[in-house]
Design a protein around this ligand. Structure first.
Ligand SMILES: [Zn+2]
Length: 202
C-alpha cells in the first residue's frame, strides 16, 4: 500500500462559486511589466515550471490591478508582475520540493493557494526612469525575514517603496501577506474555485 501525505489531485470544494473569468493582464494594460520567474530557471525551484511567460487573474482583480498601475505612473513607477493565477499542480510541486522548515513560505496543496483561484498576485515596482525593477528590502521569493512586511531593515528608500506598493494595492481591494511583501490577495478570493488549467488552455 502506498500512503502519500499529499493529495495528488486538487481538493474537492463544494458549494457555490463565481464563474471563473481569467484574463491576461497585458491584454487589459500592456504597460504592466512582466517578469514571470516561474517560466525561467531564476526561481526557487531552479528550473522553469511554466511553459509560457504569461500572467492571468480573475477579471475584477485584474481590473483593480490596472487601476493601481495607472495611479503609479505619475509617481514614476509601473507594476512588475512575477506571478498571478497558478495551476494547482505547480502549488503541489512547490510544496514537495520545499524543506520542512521553510514550508511557511509555500501553500499547502491540501488547502490550495489563492493563486490557484486566480485571486493572488506576486509583484513589485518597476521604475519608468531606469527601466528596471526597484530594489526592495529583499528579493522576490526570498525565504528569510527580509520578506516580512514588517521587516525594519534595509534602507529607508527600500522600505518606502515596499510601503508604497502596499498602500496602493490596499486602496484597490488587495491585502498583503505579512510574510511576503510581494504577495497580495484580492478581496473576493473565497468566491472562486481552485483550478488546475494550464496557461495554454485558458
Ligand atoms: Zn504569491
Amino acid at each position: 500500500m502506498i500512503i502519500s501525505s499529499c493529495a495528488a489531485k486538487p481538493p474537492l470544494e463544494t458549494g457555490a462559486f463565481s464563474p471563473s473569468e481569467l484574463v491576461e493582464l497585458q491584454q487589459l494594460d500592456p504597460t504592466i511589466q512582466l517578469d514571470i520567474r516561474y517560466a525561467t530557471s531564476k526561481n526557487f525551484a531552479g528550473r522553469p515550471v511554466y511553459s509560457e511567460a504569461r500572467a492571468f487573474l480573475q477579471r475584477p482583480a485584474a481590473e483593480a490591478l490596472v487601476k493601481v498601475n495607472k495611479e503609479l505612473a505619475p509617481l514614476g513607477y509601473r507594476l512588475l508582475v512575477f506571478d498571478g493565477y497558478r495551476p494547482w499542480s505547480v502549488t503541489k510541486l512547490f510544496w514537495d520540493i520545499t524543506p520542512k522548515q521553510k514550508k511557511d513560505f509555500v501553500a499547502d496543496p491540501k488547502k490550495g493557494s489563492r493563486h490557484n483561484r486566480g485571486c493572488a498576485v506576486d509583484l513589485s515596482l518597476w521604475s519608468i526612469a531606469t527601466g528596471r525593477e526597484v530594489t526592495m528590502t529583499g528579493e522576490y521569493d526570498e525565504m528569510s525575514p527580509r520578506s516580512y512586511v514588517a521587516y525594519a531593515g534595509g534602507t529607508s528608500e527600500q522600505r518606502a517603496l515596499r510601503d508604497l506598493l502596499r498602500s496602493k494595492m490596499e486602496q484597490h481591494g488587495f491585502t498583503v501577506l505579512p510574510a511576503e511583501w510581494w504577495h497580495f490577495d484580492y478581496k473576493d478570493w473565497k468566491s472562486y474555485r481552485i483550478q488546475n488549467i494550464p496557461f495554454n488552455q485558458l
